[in-house]
Ligand binder design. Structure first.
Ligand code: ADP
Ligand code: MG
Ligand code: MG
Length: 882
């Protein structure tokens, strides 16, 4: 079995397609070698070795060291140097590198192969004794740290002592004698703290070095990084063993990193930094401030006046060659040894959403890639960054971070703290910018939420009320920041020992979940022409329709501007929370008799009708799916005694009656209680009023030449009987209203249901007989399939993710194996009895790129998501189709 792949002049065994086996770094070192770029030769031990290392109880696979020895011999021939020789020794770097990049998470050892004798040889061969001992002390430090487990601080102490003795401050000011002594001290540090000597045998150094890199795959920070970035199913890290080149041999040497284009704006401008006379990790570590590559031309060495000019020219040539070859932005590492440039790494450069859009468009113009490639390459989720204001990254770096919650709704917001919805509304009206801080939010808080610059909660998950509502509005929200203790009474919060009140300002980043003290500057997004171009391409290739979840004319209009082709979910309950309506709603809930209830409903009717007219106007000609009342009634009445008294007064009943009604409405499990279509079964007059409002609005719109296309959606159906009954009632109302209004034309109102109870999916063939459409309500469907309450999942989700029981939050990204099966089944069964049934999804998943891919494959006709996610959905739908 081939465990080692060589790259060099002699042969180059790997290529860029072999990232899984050779790691990204190894595959690209081989590829660069093959296309003739100057890469120091070396070889890669495969990720398969790492897999075997763990499977065999942390032992290197048999035969690996034999293949390594063979590769070393080839290296020795090619370089004319010998590994471990005392004159002109071959030195090696041992570098980690997994299939997907994990920058800085695992370990690297440089200058391997030096020992007490070889260092003398290196000094002679290079004619630079200081350099040789500097290389040796770096090896002792890195090797001691990475391979032998000696804490870095012990080395630091030893270095400090030497510097103090010499009376200097900088590492670079220590002379050769100082470094010689330091090497001796470092060996003592290792012997003392590792209970063994630094191995003088180079092959032993290498064997242990390779082992240590494999071991670094499982260090906690690497595991955590893979979790955060949802990297699953990787075999492990490869190990790249490579001939050392030196950027620190003198003034004609240097090292640097660069991007072939600007990764933050996407501008086609070579962007990089370098340091003269330094070894690679110095640039990243920030020990010295590097210079921009653009100024490389000015770099001159006493023995080589044109070193900078030549290196710069060569770098630019390589840049063009790399982009032409990889057809993407590259992130590179390079080193210049005595005027000669070497490439040490290349990979596709990480970039911001804005840069991704600009680069994709520019590369199409440059004929480097075609439209389809451009569409596929932009991470759909990253478009969010373009649509919302963000914090100025420089300002954020300087700010005081307090804690981190869930990145519930992206954007950046700051404001003074406000603890109740009423306060928030009042303070906003008085011209203040406030953040609403609550343990959790309820529908009663929507006014306050709407008035807040941003929302911060200490409990609740990604689909908690606060999160869903905030995302719908594109309002910044950090949810579930559990370290924050909120004292609503005293109007203050405590977080990690610090206290903040109403007069204090915090900043929250909804894209990362970070919470900061004080105000951080924000920058407004500008939607570029490139953004429009990408959207145009996306529409050309996608087959899925994109609708939006919108409850108001303003949302509907915004979504249309973002390209929505209809409303997939209009939640009517949000309409009941404004002004007088809440009062009428409460009157209805508190009513004793059907008559009293109908009287209250009559007062709600004109409001609803007006809202629907507004929405039909905004969506002119596009379908609008209206969901009938869904939440349990208790959400509309207050639990707090004082508020109950106010309600009693306003509705003209006794406080006791309010109290009794509220306790009667109490349910142990409201999510599984009296809600959805169950409300209309008990109180058909609610359905009658809502359907009447929809139909009257549709007819009024038609009279104004607005093509209203209403779809009535009955929620939470679990058996066909519910739907049959309620559909019948709705049809009666439609006919009645037509008669009342003397309307003779066609309305074409569809009546359908949400599929959100597993039983509805299982019996979809029956249900489809009564439905013109299905809309998968995947929030409830996920909740009921897993049996996880979406509002309580945060209590255990972190453990589930940490122990890899779940890969992702199933409320964020659709569980395709489980919940997905119910969807696929319902699609099939539904179509079997109703060929023309329309199929869509309106859960939060409708805006998640990977879930959108699933919806495409499952054969749905549209996805519906919050207005701000419409562009993301358009792009993701195109990617699914390509
Ligand atoms: P990371 O994955 O953390 O970037 P690398 O394997 O790229 O780690 O190594 C870190 C740095 O070490 C590189 O940026 C480079 O400057 C330096 N380095 C690695 N191998 C060599 C080498 N063969 N010659 C010179 N410097 C090297
Ligand atoms: Mg690197
Ligand atoms: Mg639901």
């Amino acid at each position: 079995e081939q465990l080692v792949y060589y790259f060099g002049k002699t042969k180059s065994e790997g290529d860029a397609t072999q990232k899984e086996l050779l790691g990204g770094k190894g595959a690209n070192l081989a590829e660069m070698t093959s296309i003739g770029l100057p890469v120091p030769p070396g070889f890669t031990c495969t990720t398969e070795c790492c897999d075997q290392y763990y499977k065999q109880g942390k032992k290197l696979p048999r035969g690996l060291m034999d293949q390594v020895n063979e590769a070393i011999q080839t290296l020795e021939k090619e370089t004319g140097k010998r590994f471990g020789s005392s004159d002109n020794p071959l030195l090696l770097s041992v570098r980690s590198g997994a299939a997907q990049s994990m920058p800085g998470m695992m370990d690297t050892v440089l200058n391997l192969g030096l020992n007490d004798e070889a260092v003398v040889g290196l000094a002679e061969a290079s004619g630079n004794e200081r350099f040789a001992y500097d290389a040796y002390r770096r090896l002792l430090n890195m090797y001691g740290d990475v391979v032998m487990g000696v804490e870095h601080e012990h080395f630091e102490h030893a270095f400090d002592k030497i510097k103090k003795k010499a009376g200097v401050e900088l590492d670079t000011d220590v002379d050769t004698d100082g470094l010689k002594q330091l090497c001796g001290d470092y060996k003592k540090v290792i012997a003392k703290h590792a209970d063994r000597q630094f191995p003088q045998d180079p092959i032993e150094q290498l064997r242990l070095g390779i082992t240590a890199v494999f071991a670094s795959w499982m260090v906690p920070r690497a595991i955590r990084y893979r979790q955060i970035n949802e990297m699953f199913g990787l075999k492990g890290t490869a190990v790249n063993v490579q001939t050392m080149v030196f950027g620190n041999m003198g003034q004609d040497c240097g090292t640097g990193v660069a991007f072939t284009r600007d990764p933050s704006t996407g501008r086609n401008k070579f962007y990089g930094e370098f340091l003269v006379n330094a070894q690679g990790e110095d640039v990243v570590a920030g020990i010295r401030t590097p210079q921009p590559v653009a100024e490389m031309n000015k770099w001159k060495a006493p023995n080589n006046k044109t070193v900078g000019r030549n290196a710069h020219r060569e770098l630019l040539e390589i840049k063009d060659k790399l982009e032409a070859h990889y057809k993407d932005v590259q992130d590179i590492e390079f080193t210049i040894e005595r005027g000669t440039l070497y490439m040490l790494q290349t990979r596709n450069g990480k970039r911001t959403g804005a840069a991704a859009v600009k680069i994709a468009c520019d590369m199409v113009k440059e004929k480097l890639i075609d439209e389809k490639t451009a569409v596929k390459r932009i991470p759909a989720g990253d478009l969010t960054q373009l649509l919302l204001p963000g914090f100025d990254p420089a300002a954020k770096k300087k700010a005081t971070a307090l804690t981190t919650g869930l990145p519930a709704s992206p954007g950046a917001a700051f404001g003074k703290l406000s603890f109740t919805a009423e306060d928030t509304v009042a303070r906003k009206a008085a011209g203040e910018q406030v953040l609403l801080v609550r343990k959790e939010t309820s529908p009663e808080d929507v006014d306050g939420m709407n008035s807040a610059a941003g929302i911060l909660t200490s409990t609740g998950g990604m689909t908690s009320h606060a999160a869903v509502v905030a995302r719908g509005w594109g309002k910044c929200c950090v949810a579930g920041a559990g370290e924050i203790q909120i004292d609503e009474k005293k109007r203050k919060i405590t977080v990690n020992g610090k206290t903040y009140g109403e007069k204090d300002t915090l900043s929250i980043d909804g894209g990362t979940g970070e919470v900061f003290a004080g105000e951080i500057d924000t920058v407004e997004p500008k939607l570029s022409g490139d953004f429009a171009t990408v959207m145009k391409w996306a529409d050309k290739y996608r087959t899925l329709g994109i609708r939006t979840n919108a409850d108001s004319p303003a949302d509907a209009k915004r979504a249309r501007d973002f390209g929505a082709e209809g409303i997939g979910l209009c939640r009517t309950e949000h309409m009941f929370f404004e002004g007088d309506r809440l009062l009428n709603m409460r009157e209805m809930i508190l009513a004793d008799t059907k008559e009293a209830r109908e009287k209250a409903l009559q007062k709600l009717l004109p409001h609803q009708r007006k809202d629907f007219e507004g929405i039909f106007r905004a969506m002119k000609g596009l379908p609008v799916t209206v969901r009938l009342l869904d939440p349990p009634l208790h959400e509309f009445v207050p639990t707090d005694p004082k508020a109950q008294k106010d309600v009693a007064k306003a509705t003209g009943v006794s406080p006791k009656k309010v109290k009794d009604r509220v306790s009667a409405l109490h349910e142990n499990n409201p999510m599984l209680g009296h809600r959805g279509c169950r409300l209309s079964i008990t109180y058909p007059e609610i359905l009658e009023m809502q359907v009447r409002a929809i139909v009257e609005a549709a007819i009024n719109s038609k009279k104004k030449k607005i093509d209203a296309r209403a779809e009535i959606m009955i929620p939470l159906v679990g058996t066909v009987n519910e739907l049959r009954l309620l559909r019948g009632k709705a049809e009666e109302v439609i006919e009645q209203v037509k008669k009342d209004k003397g309307f003779k034309g066609k309305l074409d109102i569809l009546i359908g249901t949400m599929i959100e109870i597993p039983r509805a999916a299982l019996t979809a063939d029956e249900v489809a007989g009564e439905a013109d459409f299905f809309s998968f309500g995947t929030n409830d469907l996920t909740q009921m399939t897993f049996g996880y309450s979406r509002d309580d999942i945060n209590g255990f989700l972190p453990d589930y993710l940490g122990q890899e029981i779940l890969e992702k939050d199933p409320f964020q990204s659709l569980d395709q194996t489980g919940v997905g099966q119910l969807i696929t089944m319902a699609v099939e069964k539904g179509r079997s009895t109703n060929k023309s049934i329309k199929l869509g999804i309106c859960g939060e998943h409708g805006g998640d790129p990977s879930s959108i891919g699933f919806c495409h494959r499952a054969g749905l006709q549209y996805v519906s998501c919050s207005p701000f996610r419409v562009p993301i959905a358009r792009l993701a739908a195109a990617q699914a189709a390509l």
